[in-house]
Design a protein around this ligand. Structure first.
Ligand code: FAD
Length: 459
C-alpha cells in the first residue's frame, strides 16, 4: 500500500484511527481459527461517514477491506486473505435505542452481544440467538455470520431478528434496507441478503433488531445413554412431542473422556449425554414441559436421568457441556472447531460417522452439539507440526463433509464458510447456485475489494 494512500487514510480516520505497526499487523492476522495472513494496515472508524470515505478510497485504489468485529470467527472469516485493510468496527459500539413498545433495538455494529443482552434484561427482554462467544463477539459479526446458539431450536438464529440495516457499499454509497415494522414484504429482502454474507457485500454500520420478552424461569435435566442411537431417537421424539425445549444439547463419549482426563468432574463415560432446558413464565409451565421430556428420555432407555432442583444443580448439569471447548483445547496443539448441520432424524447417524472417522484416521474428534436443531460441532484436535497428522486431518475433513451432504446436511449451521469450507462449496451448491452467488457479489462489489478470497466467490 503506497504512502499517499496511508496518508489519506490518516486524514479520514484521524491519527488514532490508523496503524501499520508490526504489533497491530500481527494481531489482525488471525481470528479464532487456525488461518493467518497479515494485513497491510488496521483501521478503526468511528462513524458511518468515515467508513464511507474509506470504501470510496479503497474501491478506487482496489485495496482489499476486511470488516472485523471481535475476531472470534472459527472458520477464517475475519482473516485478511489478500492483505489490505482490516477495518475494526469495535469503536462503533453504542446502543442507539431500545424501544419496548415497538419491540426493537437499534445498535452500532461494534456493540458486544452481552452488553445488549444486559441492557435488555433490565427491561425483561432479550435478543435470543445467544452464541457461546456472546461475552466478546459483536452484533455486526453476529449479523454478518447469522450467528446462532443453544436456543436455536426454539428461538431461531440472528436472521429471524434483523429488521433493518445501514450498510456502506464499496465505492462509499450508504444503503438502508428493511424497516422498523414487525412485518414487511416490500420488494426483495435486501436485509436478509446481508445476514450471513461474511463481510463480502458491504460494511454494516447500523442494525435494527427485533427483541423478545425474556421468559424468567427455566427447568433443566440431564440423561445418560449407553447407546448413541437411543439418544438420537430421544432427540427426534422430543422434537415431535409438541414441546420445544429452550435448549437440547448433546455431548459424546470422546468429549466425556476428554473432560475426565482434564478435570476432576469424573463423568460417566457413556455413549452420549443429553442436557435439556425448558423455559416459561411459571414453574408449572417449565416443569410440565420437562416432565414430558423426562418421560421420553426414559422411554428411550436413558440409564440415568437427573432433574435439577435448584439453580446451582442446573449449573452443575450444564458443566459437562460448558467445559467441553476448554478441555478440547488442551488435548493437542491445534484445533479445528467444525460446524455442520443435518436433518434432526440423522443426528445419531452423523455422530456414529464422526466416531468411525476418528478411528479410521487415528484422530481425536470429540463432538458436542445443539441436538435440538441438528447442529453438531466435531472438534478435530491435532498437532500442526506433524505433516502426517495434518494430512489425515485434511482427508478426514473432506470425508466428513462428503458424508454430511450425503445425509442431506449442510456445510455450516452457524460458523460460516470463510476460508475453512470454501473448497466444499461446489459440493453443496449447484453450478447455477454458485453462479448466482457470484453474480450477486459482482453487483455489490464489482472490484472484489470486500473480504476477498472467502466463500469460493471468485472461481
Ligand atoms: C469459544 C467460541 C464459541 C463460539 N460459539 C458460537 C456459537 O455458539 N454460535 C455461533 O454462531 N458462533 C459461535 N462462535 C463463532 C463466532 O463467535 C461468531 O461467528 C460471531 O458471530 C463472530 O462475531 P465477531 O464479532 O467476532 O466477528 P468476526 O469474527 O470479527 O467477523 C466474522 C465475520 O463477520 C464479518 N463482519 C464483522 N463485522 C462486520 C460488519 N460490521 N459489517 C460487515 N461484516 C462484518 C467479518 O468480515 C467476518 O466475515 C464461537 C466462537 C468462539 C471462539
Amino acid at each position: 500500500m503506497d504512502s499517499a494512500v496511508k496518508e489519506r487514510l490518516k486524514e479520514i480516520l484521524g491519527p488514532d484511527g490508523f496503524s501499520d505497526s508490526l504489533i497491530d499487523l500481527i494481531s489482525y492476522a488471525k481470528d479464532a481459527s487456525e488461518f493467518k495472513r497479515r494485513p497491510d494496515a488496521a483501521i478503526w472508524p468511528k462513524t458511518t461517514e468515515q467508513v464511507s470515505k474509506v470504501l470510496e478510497l479503497a474501491d478506487r485504489e482496489k485495496i482489499p477491506v476486511v470488516p472485523r468485529g471481535a475476531g472470534t470467527s472459527l472458520a477464517g472469516l475475519a482473516v485478511p486473505e489478500k492483505g489490505g485493510l482490516v477495518m475494526d468496527l469495535g469503536r462503533m459500539n453504542r446502543i442507539l435505542e431500545i424501544n419496548i413498545v415497538d419491540r426493537l433495538a437499534v445498535v452500532q455494529p461494534g456493540v458486544v452481544y452481552a452488553n445488549l443482552d444486559k441492557a435488555l434484561s433490565v427491561q425483561g427482554f432479550f435478543f435470543p440467538p445467544d452464541p457461546a462467544s456472546g461475552s466478546v463477539c459483536t452484533l455486526g459479526g453476529n449479523v454478518a455470520t447469522n450467528a446462532g446458539g443453544i436456543k436455536g431450536a426454539k428461538y431461531g438464529t440472528t436472521k429471524d431478528y434483523v429488521l433493518a440495516l445501514e450498510v456502506v457499499l464499496p465505492g462509499g454509497r450508504i444503503l438502508r434496507t428493511g424497516s422498523r415494522c414487525m412485518k414487511s414484504v416490500s420488494g426483495y429482502d435486501l436485509t436478509k441478503l446481508f445476514v450471513g454474507s461474511e463481510g463480502t457485500l458491504g460494511v454494516i454500520t447500523e442494525i435494527t433488531l427485533k427483541i423478545s420478552p425474556r421468559p424468567p424461569l427455566n427447568s433443566t435435566a440431564m440423561a445418560l445413554f449407553e447407546d448413541l442411537e437411543d439418544a438420537g431417537k430421544a432427540v427426534s421424539d422430543i422434537m415431535h412431542s409438541g414441546i420445544i425445549p429452550s435448549a437440547l444439547e448433546i455431548v459424546d463419549q470422546q468429549t466425556l473422556k476428554a473432560i475426565n482426563q482434564n478435570t476432576d468432574l469424573n463423568l460417566p463415560e457413556v455413549e452420549a449425554i443429553l442436557v435439556a432446558e425448558t423455559d416459561g413464565y411459571t414453574k408449572e409451565e417449565t416443569e410440565f414441559q420437562l416432565d414430558k421430556i423426562l418421560r421420553i428420555f426414559e422411554k428411550n432407555k436413558a440409564t440415568s436421568v437427573k432433574r435439577a432442583a435448584t439453580k446451582s444443580e442446573a449449573d452443575a448439569l450444564w458443566t459437562a457441556r460448558k467445559t467441553a471447548y476448554g478441555v478440547m483445547a488442551r488435548i493437542n496443539n491445534n484445533l479445528f472447531v467444525e460446524d455442520l448441520a443435518v436433518p434432526m432424524s440423522n443426528v445419531s447417524k452423523m455422530l456414529r460417522i464422526i466416531a468411525d472417522l476418528a478411528t479410521k484416521y487415528d484422530l481425536k474428534i470429540p463432538t458436542v452439539g445443539h441436538a435440538g436443531d441438528g447442529n453438531l460441532h466435531p472438534v478435530i484436535s491435532f498437532d500442526g507440526t506433524d505433516p502426517d497428522e495434518v494430512r489425515r486431518v485434511e482427508e478426514a475433513s473432506a470425508e466428513l463433509f462428503e458424508k454430511v451432504l450425503e445425509l442431506g446436511g449442510t456445510l455450516t449451521g452457524e460458523h460460516g464458510i470463510g476460508l475453512a469450507k470454501a473448497r466444499f462449496m461446489g459440493q453443496e451448491h449447484s453450478d447455477l447456485s454458485m453462479a448466482m452467488m457470484r453474480a450477486i457479489k459482482r453487483v455489490f462489489d464489482p472490484n472484489n475489494i470486500l473480504n476477498p478470497g472467502k466463500m469460493a466467490l471468485e472461481q
